[in-house]
Design a protein. Structure first.
Length: 184
């Protein structure tokens, strides 16, 4: 019996005794980038699209709408542009909740401070409050990948984002995140 336990512990690469927090942290640490499709709810409005995140703090989202909405961050600025608005919108990334979501080192450090990781049938989640931003992040219970988040936008609307068709550590050209490429 001792030999069986030794063999199981020695030969299985995943530590069966690791906590969900540790497994989530490990998955975040090994993730350099992520691409996904999303569904985002802001109040009664629902938007869909696809995004690519390159850690730290770079994102490009293309929305599936008639206005060809684009959201892009180069790590400092966040630009939103579409055919619906006459001019693009530019924000300092640090003034938005995305600043926290796009910083995996920050997420890992906050996860270390969380005493309890919430759990339901499909996800683990934890809350972060930072500089008046409340962020709730969800992770898949099976593979510990990020599955979504809820935040409050700059207009005080609750924003719920769910991710699917997730791909990790794909080839990404850093030029993709140049905000100048998306300004009319």
């Amino acid at each position: 019996m001792k030999y069986i336990i030794f063999i199981l512990i020695f030969f299985y690469p995943i530590n069966i005794f690791a906590s969900s927090k540790e497994l989530i942290k490990n998955k975040l640490q090994e993730t350099n980038n992520i691409s996904f499709k999303f569904i985002q709810k802001i109040g009664k409005k629902t938007e869909k699209g696809e995004c690519v995140i390159l850690y730290p703090k770079k994102i490009l989202c293309k929305y599936d709408d008639i206005y060809n909405k684009i959201l892009v961050s180069n790590g400092r600025s966040l630009v939103i542009n579409s055919k619906k608005i006459s001019n693009y919108l530019r924000y300092k990334l640090k003034d938005t909740p995305l600043n926290l979501i796009l910083d995996k080192k920050f997420l890992i450090s906050k996860l270390d401070q969380v005493e309890v990781v919430q759990e339901n049938d499909e996800t683990f989640s934890f809350e972060i409050t930072h500089n008046n931003n409340l962020l709730n992040i969800f992770f898949d219970k099976k593979n510990y990948e990020i599955k979504g988040w809820t935040t409050t936008d700059i207009y005080q609307n609750k924003v719920e984002t769910k991710l699917f068709n997730i791909k990790l550590n794909i080839m990404i050209d850093e030029k993709t995140f140049r905000v100048q490429n998306y300004i009319n």
